[in-house]
Design a protein around this ligand. Sequence first.
Ligand SMILES: Nc1ncnc2c1ncn2[C@@H]1O[C@H](COP(=O)(O)OP(=O)(O)O)[C@@H](O)[C@H]1O
Ligand SMILES: CC(=O)OP(=O)(O)O
Ligand SMILES: [Mg+2]
Length: 413
Amino acid sequence: MNILVINAGSSSLKYQLFDMITESVLAKGKVERIGMETAMLSHEPAGRSEFREVSEIWDHTTAIRKVLRVLIDPKEGVLTSMEDVHAVGHRVVHGGESFSGSVLVDERVKAEIRRLFDLAPLHNPGALTGILAVEANLPHVPQVVVFDTAFHQTMPPVAFRYAIPNVFYKKHGVRRYGFHGTSHQYVSQRAAELSGKPIETMKLITCHIGNGASVTAIKHGQSVDTSMGMTPLEGLMMGTRSGDIDPAIVPFAMDKEDLSVNEVNSMLNKHSGLFAVSGGLGDMREVLEAMKEGDRNARLAFDMYEYRLRKYIGAYAAAMNGFDTLIFTAGVGENSALLREVICSQLSYLGLTLDTEANERKGGGDRKISSPDSKVDVWVIPTNEELVIARDTFREAARIRGLSDEEAGAVTC
Ligand SMILES: Nc1ncnc2c1ncn2[C@@H]1O[C@H](COP(=O)(O)OP(=O)(O)O)[C@@H](O)[C@H]1O
Ligand SMILES: CC(=O)OP(=O)(O)O
Ligand SMILES: [Mg+2]
């Protein structure tokens, strides 16, 4: 069975095609700058060189059509016909309180994703457009949605409620939802597998540190608290997002700088974080480079970023009465040995000791970076949200066909 996984943003769309017999990636790629004359498709068939094409792509329906075409292209493609796409899985950022797991797309699911546009205006509209575009191009193929919020639905009210009047929760769904759930779940399960311990006995803190960044406390396999909130703005300092601030700053800034709701939202989501403190560098690689050259603003940005993450780790240690496993994942977490080292050097009060050589060793893959006598195991585990989406989609697609996983893996039409 071949599963196409789609992660649709507002102006871009990433995809991966999996063969579920071997869980191997047959091709992956992305369409960027959707809605412009210079939209670009980059397509990477496994083991072959990347193919790029610039053209006008005005909407997601056309973008998906382009992706399907390149997948069956005689030269660049990896499939013989569109019939070879057996199911499609989508990443949807916000599932609200309605979804605690992945579901097959139907009219109710689409309506619910639409209803949640207000809570995730940057993410949910693109996802729904992606679903409708697949429907238009592949009308008979089952589609499954996997929500960033689903894994965090196990959080107790003490973690998910805000201390503001009830009406906001009851009437408008104002509460902590948490995001990156697919990634937090994947790396925690992977750490349990690699350690040979049942996850039901473990207390983990998972740090997903990419462009967007969040930390999660996972007790016995369940998310019990996480740093992102009603939207992906709360919590850690990020590339261009502020993370936690005094809420009184919002009306203050609106008043003093005469900002509208949209402007203040944009200020906090797109012009804050590393970008604001460093003076224009929103990418951690640029911040690290500038720091090396002695740039003091970049240094402060890095120090704040690290300090805030370390405070969350301390908070979640308190929330779970200790923890046994710390995981770093996503772009910064997987690649910045410096960030990991600075954080871990300040966690020695927990009996945590780093194997500095293992921490600095280059090369991807899952790796333990704590020393053998450390009281807390520290892992770097590359995240793989697409694989989780493919697995969930596979399971749902097999279920509706009444097939076992083994029978479903062998499906070729
Ligand atoms: N070698 C590296 N060292 C430090 N940071 C890195 C490195 N490679 C990538 N990053 C950072 O990872 C971030 C992007 O992470 P990623 O997980 O790909 O983000 P997203 O999926 O949210 O777009 C960027 O800030 C980038 O600078
Ligand atoms: C939810 C979220 O912040 O996602 P991303 O990190 O992909 O922006
Ligand atoms: Mg990401």
